[in-house]
Write a protein that binds this ligand. Structure first.
Ligand code: GLY
Length: 423
């Protein structure tokens, strides 16, 4: 098969590494890709929102299967565009990608179908939101309705902060049109777990659990980022919790989407909070998480391409997922100053140390190749993943490998996986 992956970050590198191993994959392309993906695939300089060029490329190269990985093109209907041109594509159609694309939609869906989540109200007008805040219990969580690069969620400890938050989201439009609507929800406490699943619209298969570290600084301080590191599995996601989630959250979500006439095929990422009252949904994503994919996919034993085909073809019932018993830890190497402002174009040294050893992976996120060198080209630069006999061993190895690579403004958190010690 000729396969095209749309995207160019660490998640897409992890997907490319898995797809490249498939015997079914004869030729792999990636648009736009990055310097790491270029070692596995032919990268083509087409942006993920350039639907016309992407579809034209797929037709010209007679691509058999496209994998659309990032949220923005999914929400804008790239899978629909490929399908309309007769090209098979993995990922939810636009009407199903709304599960991530509209927080108000997803909250209403959960309420309608009894899926556990925090209490909330949706608002179309800032005035109504401000009125509601006068009698709200604090802290509250404000969420811009639409996609906002993972930044449209504000946790406000008191009325004053919440009023400022409503102004930012709905009046100043800090997150653009994502803030035309907003959700105000009750603040939940507990451990967060990320659970990625495959679905063909009817059957759901659950991947290994993971935990992300969203804040920029050690000790969960600083600004929210796309994710500074992950580990898998989460020791807090027990078999009992898993059973509860399958029954009350995962399958009900797939069934709810089908009942709404929005059959979801692809990956549903359940962002869960393990509260004292039981697991609840914090958020849905309509795609693999990043850097969750960088710990979950290296542990997956199945042929990823075959599983994705089964999702598109409605044949997931015959698939059983298997994961290596080894644990995985990923530490993101970022450019100092991320997520606010940072320099790019720094030479990266030491990449040759990752010589295909099966326990160490160096997934490229923001990198580019220029004049024989690999240069930094983004906030998150690399994801260093290691497998180990258990989480502690994996963490030790990941931090060893972090030292193999260098660039002048390298920045990373030193406490990825610290929660393991509390398990
Ligand atoms: N790591 C969180 C996300 O991918 O949205």
């Amino acid at each position: 098969m000729k396969v095209l992956i749309v995207g160019g970050g660490g998640r897409e590198h992890a997907i490319a590494a898995a797809v490249a191993k498939s015997e079914k994959c004869e030729k792999l392309y990636c648009a736009p890709g990055n310097a790491g993906i270029a070692q596995l695939a032919e990268c083509v300089p087409i942006g993920v929102m350039d639907f016309g060029k992407l579809v034209g490329f797929a037709q010209e190269k007679r691509i058999d299967f496209v994998i659309v990985a990032p949220d923005d093109p999914l929400a804008a209907g790239l899978v629909d565009a490929f399908e309309a041109a007769g090209v098979k594509a993995f990922g939810p159609r636009k009407d199903a990608a709304i599960l991530e694309g509209s927080k108000a939609f997803s909250k209403d869906l959960m309420k309608k179908y009894g899926i556990p989540t925090a209490e909330y109200e949706n608002f179309d007008e800032a005035e109504a939101a401000l009125k509601y805040l006068e009698s709200a219990a604090y802290p509250v969580v404000l969420k811009a309705d639409g996609l906002a690069l993972g930044k449209g969620v504000l946790i406000c400890k008191d009325h004053e902060e919440a009023v400022a938050g409503v102004k930012e989201i709905m009046q100043d439009k800090k997150f653009g049109s994502a803030g035309n609507r907003m959700v105000i929800e009750r603040f939940m406490t507990g451990r967060e777990v990320s659970v990625l699943t495959f679905t063909d619209g009817k059957t759901i298969r659950v991947m290994a659990s993971a935990q992300d570290h969203k804040r920029a600084g050690d000790g969960d301080t600083g600004l929210n980022t796309g994710g500074m590191g992950t580990f898998s599995p989460s020791p807090f996601y027990t078999e009992e919790i898993h059973k509860y989630c399958c029954e009350h959250i995962y399958q009900p979500t797939v069934d709810a989407m089908r009942s709404e006439g929005r059959t979801f095929k692809g990956v549903i990422f359940f962002g869960l909070m393990l509260t004292e009252e039981g697991p609840k949904v914090l958020e849905y994503n309509a795609r693999f998480g990043d850097p969750e994919a960088q710990v979950v996919l290296p542990r997956m034993e199945n042929d990823l391409l075959s599983v994705m085909e089964a999702c598109v073809d409605g044949k997931l019932e015959g698939v059983e997922l298997n994961f290596r018993k080894e644990a995985a830890v990923c530490v993101v190497l970022a450019s100092d100053g991320y997520p606010v402002s940072y320099e790019k174009g720094k030479a990266i040294h030491g990449l040759e140390r990752f010589d295909g050893q099966s326990e160490y992976f160096c997934f490229h996120a923001g990198t580019k190749a220029e004049d024989g060198e690999v240069l930094t080209n983004g906030g998150r630069v690399l994801g260093i993943t290691a497998l180990g006999t258990d989480l502690k061993d994996a963490r030790k190895k990941a931090y060893e490998a972090v030292e193999w690579v260098d660039f002048s403004n390298k920045y990373y958190r030193h406490d990825i996986g610290k929660a393991i010690d509390e398990a």
